[in-house]
Design a protein around this ligand. Structure first.
Ligand code: HMG
Ligand code: MG
Length: 327
């Protein structure tokens, strides 16, 4: 009888040889949103010590921006009501991982007070390009939300914090349909002029297709916004997140949001599914010869561990392929 053939290491077997594409950036900064965008949507509450371990493992896997939680109203997002308990547990991480940033979401001055009391150095405000989502997510009109952010951004930048601005529903809105680019660019420019150092363009419900991404980024360029100040934030509802990312990279984007294991969604937009999975992004980028600083093996192990804690397999195709956990 023949000796059994040993199982190959799937990662060594399958990782495509890097094929440098000179139209792409040499390096991409991944803005990891799993602990915030991912866990905010979980129905079961995740214990704070599990969240802290998740974030620690993401940092150990080489991610250098990990969005950890939100200082929002605890009744609006109960899953993140433990922000005050979580943040002190992360205190040693930046010393262990130089350059690590741990941003949190802050909607208003009350949220900023809470963040400052905990020594936070990076925050994000989150606006909407549409009226309906602004009302559902922030209990205000879209302009009313901008007015709410203005003092937050001003006080945060005066205190030396770095402020990211998110803009949701940049491609389509479940209640309003397609969103005109002019409307998106108008709100986006206002967030940057307010003092946000980076603007992340959210496809909250994952409806964008690649040419739309190129067209929106062209529109921002025509409005005089340097592409270096933009990031992209794709949800994968229609399986377009990776293609949309490649389109964005070809337009010069170098910061891409993603969620470990593809966790996520948005509690105030039921049609949103998980974000682009960080593992799927890293697989593509490394295959294209684009550096990320991320150790894919450690990242996959982290998402597999988290999937066990959540009691269901990760939706990331790369996690499934490398762990043999295809549902
Ligand atoms: P509101 O009810 O209009 O707030 O909510 P308010 O200003 O009228 O205050 C009412 C009470 O809430 C007051 O308490 C405040 O102190 C308290 P009272 O005086 O009645 O006892 N309060 C707070 N408590 C703790 N922390 C706070 C806070 N603010 C007020 N920060 C608010 C307005 C914005 C607070 C609410 O709508 C909210 O918390 N919304 C958060 C929604 C959210 O987190 N959504 C998910 C994140 S966005 C997203 O996922 C999209 C993204 O991923 C990009 C994409 O995919 O597109 C970023
Ligand atoms: Mg999101």
């Amino acid at each position: 009888m023949n000796a059994p053939i040993p199982e190959p290491d799937a990662l060594d077997l399958g990782l495509p040889a890097p094929f440098q594409d000179t139209a792409l950036p040499a390096e991409v900064r991944i803005h990891e949103v799993g602990p915030r965008d991912g866990l905010q949507n979980e129905s079961a509450l995740v214990p704070v010590e599990v969240k802290a371990e998740f974030i620690g493992r993401l940092a150990a896997a080489g991610l250098r921006t990990v969005e950890t939680t939100s200082f929002v109203h605890p009744k609006w997002v109960p899953q993140l009501a433990d922000a005050e308990e979580l943040v002190p547990r992360l205190a040693g991480l930046p010393d262990r991982h130089p350059g690590l940033r741990l941003p949190v979401l802050v909607p208003n001055e009350r949220g900023l007070e809470r963040a400052l009391a905990h020594g936070i150095t990076d925050i994000a405000v989150f606006a909407s390009a549409t009226e309906t989502f602004a009302r559902r997510n922030l209990n205000r009109s879209a302009d009313g939300a901008m007015a709410m952010f203005l003092p937050v951004v001003r006080k945060a930048t005066e205190a030396g914090l770095r402020v990211r601005g998110y803009l949701s529903m940049c491609f389509g809105d479940p209640w309003e349909g397609p969103v005109p680019h002019s409307q998106v660019i108008d709100f986006g420019v206002r967030l940057l002029e307010m003092g946000c150092d980076q603007l992340s363009l959210g496809d909250t419900i994952g409806v964008a297709t690649p040419a739309q991404v190129t067209a929106l980024l062209d529109g921002f360029a025509r409005a005089g916004v340097p592409v270096g100040r933009l990031a992209v934030h794709f949800h994968d509802t229609y399986g377009q997140a990776l293609s949309n990312t490649l389109s964005a990279l070809r337009s010069g984007i170098t910061t891409v949001d993603a969620s470990a294991g593809g966790l996520g969604g948005c509690p105030y937009a039921k049609s949103a599914t998980g974000n682009l999975a960080t593992e799927d992004l890293v697989w593509m980028l490394h295959g294209l010869g684009v550096r990320t600083g991320v150790d894919l093996r450690e990242l996959v192990a982290t998402s597999a561990w988290m999937a066990q804690r959540l009691g269901r397999p990760s939706p990331s195709r790369t996690v499934q392929a490398l762990t043999g956990s295809r549902p």
